[in-house]
Design a protein around this ligand. Sequence first.
Ligand SMILES: N[C@@H](CCC(=O)N[C@@H](CS)C(=O)NCC(=O)O)C(=O)O
Length: 207
Amino acid sequence: MTKTEIVLHGTGLSGHTHRVGLMLNALGLNYRFVDAPKEVRAAPAFLALNPLGQIPVLRDGDLTLADSNAILVYLARRYAPDSAWLPQEPAAAARVQRWLSIAAGEVMHGPAVARMIALFDFPDDPARAARIAARVLTFMDGHLADRAFLAADHVTIADLACYSYVAHAPDGGVDLEPYPAVRAWLARIEAQPWFQPMPAFATAKAA
Ligand SMILES: N[C@@H](CCC(=O)N[C@@H](CS)C(=O)NCC(=O)O)C(=O)O
C-alpha cells in the first residue's frame, strides 16, 4: 500500500465492516477494500494487523487500527473534526458513546449474534440472542418514538454503529415489525446520500 492510501480489511457480510464503509462513504474518502474471510484472518499476516483476528481493520498511511467503533471515532476526528459526526461538547459526546457501547453490547449479543447463528452456524444460544434482541429493540423503539436519530437531532457515528445489525436482524429471525420507530429510523439512514446497503444473505454465505 502507498503512504497515503486508506485500506479497509473486512468482508461483505460483516456488519462491523459495513458501518466503517458507510462512514468512509459519508466522508467522501476513497479506499481500497481487502476481503478478509476466516482463513485470511487466521494467517500471520492478518494477525500482525490485529492479534484478535477480527475484522474490520483500517490502515491509513502508517496507522493500523482495529475495532469498528474505534475506527468510527478516528475517522470522525481525523477527517471531519468540526463536524457533527462526533460532537465535542461533553454531554453530547457521552450520548454518542452510550450508543457505541450499546452497539458493542446489546446489539452485538442480540441481533448480531442471532444473525451469526442463523447464517454462519456460530455456536451460541439462539433463545438468549432473541431475548437480548427484543430487549434492546424495545428500548430503541421507545427512544426513537420522538427522535429522528439515536444520539442527536442529526446523524452521528452512533447511528452508523447501530444500523447494520439492526437492519439485518431479520437475517437472524428477529422480526422488526413490532418496532415502527426503529423501522422509520432505518429508513432515515437509508435515505442518506452516502448510504449503501450491506449485501443480503442470499448473495453469499462466506463471512
Ligand atoms: N469489537 C469488534 C468486533 C468485530 C467482530 O466481531 N468481527 C467479526 C466479524 S463481523 C470477526 O472478525 N469475528 C471473528 C472472530 O471474532 O474470531 C469491532 O467492533 O470491530
